[in-house]
Design a protein around this ligand. Structure first.
Ligand code: PEP
Ligand code: MN
Length: 294
């Protein structure tokens, strides 16, 4: 069998750009798509921020956070009513709030006017999310193609997170499934990759900062960064947020909780309100130097 000139590999080839993901690929080096979600532009000068708890724990918590974010002019509340938890055993505190969580997010939107991004893990819930502004597809579902297609068909904007073991080529293949359904309101999110760690065992993933310009070289889609899930360690979130904006991220996701040590899920990675204000202020300065706006 002739091997020709093609070695199997993960690199993105010119053939891939033409044949595997023509919709996600840039048409020329200046091609960058932008779109608005409730008047907030993604892929333009502005860098929208998503902030909020890991899990939508209670109505009280979610309202408190939504009000704080509004007071800081942060555009989107994040939080999961459905959680892809690593282990199936769940204590009362750790249990997903599911339909209740969706109701509380809806209420937070009604009370404060904040925009909502939330993770959906199964198509059976897609008829309960009229109020949701962006559907988050989590890392673990990145290659669940029939699910990607069903989410795309809702016509809602989508944020697709890169699985921690997937290449840029895999991510763009998944993006193409969404775009082929006619949905091009798509944000891709870098959230850390699995790598052998030599620095600290609490650092669950390694934020692949390099993937941000690498993706922007190939795709016209806006690229977000999620330093919280990557590092899993609150003291590093500020440095990695700064770095994300510095390398050109088009959006940022931050996990925020009023009382991080008591967060129901991933208490090590959430920042508190004061830290969010501090980070937000610094990011505004970095964005300005780069000719962007937060
Ligand atoms: C999340 O954002 O809460 C989440 C579970 O992220 P990921 O899918 O990147 O692990
Ligand atoms: Mn999480």
């Amino acid at each position: 069998m002739a091997i020709e000139n093609k070695a199997p590999g993960k690199d993105v080839s010119d053939d891939d750009l033409r044949e595997k993901f023509p919709l996600a690929a840039k048409k020329n080096s200046n091609h960058k798509s932008s779109f608005e979600v409730n008047g907030i532009e993604f892929g333009g000068e502005k860098i929208p921020i998503f902030a909020g708890p890991n899990m939508v724990e209670s109505e009280e918590l979610i309202l408190k956070i939504a009000k704080f974010l509004k007071s800081q002019n942060i555009d989107f509340l994040r939080g999961g009513a459905f959680k892809p938890l690593t282990f199936p055993y769940r204590s009362a505190k750790y249990t997903e709030t599911r339909e209740d969580g969706l109701k509380w997010l809806k209420k937070a939107k009604e009370v404060t006017g904040i925009n909502i991004i939330t993770e959906i893990m199964h198509p059976s819930f897609l008829d309960q999310i009229d109020f949701v502004d962006i559907i988050q597809i989590g890392a673990r579902n990145m290659q669940n193609y029939p699910f990607l297609q069903e989410c795309a068909r809702t016509g809602k904007p989508i944020m697709l997170k890169r699985h921690f073991g997937c290449s840029i080529r895999d991510l763009l293949g998944a993006a193409e499934y969404i775009m082929l359904e006619g949905n091009d309101k798509l944000i891709l999110c870098e959230r850390g990759v699995s790598a052998p760690h030599t620095h600290r065992s609490t650092s669950r993933f390694l934020l692949d900062l390099q993937a941000i310009p690498a993706l922007q070289e190939i795709t016209h889609l806006p690229i977000a960064s999620d330093p919280s899930h990557a590092c899993f360690w609150r003291p590093w979130v500020k440095a990695l947020s700064n770095a994300s904006i510095a390398v050109g991220a088009d959006s940022l996701m931050l996990e925020v909780h009023p009382d991080p040590p008591n967060a129901a899920v991933d208490p090590l990675q959430a920042i508190d309100f004061a830290e969010l204000s501090d980070i937000h202020k610094t990011l505004k300065g970095i964005a300005k130097v780069l000719g962007r706006k937060i």
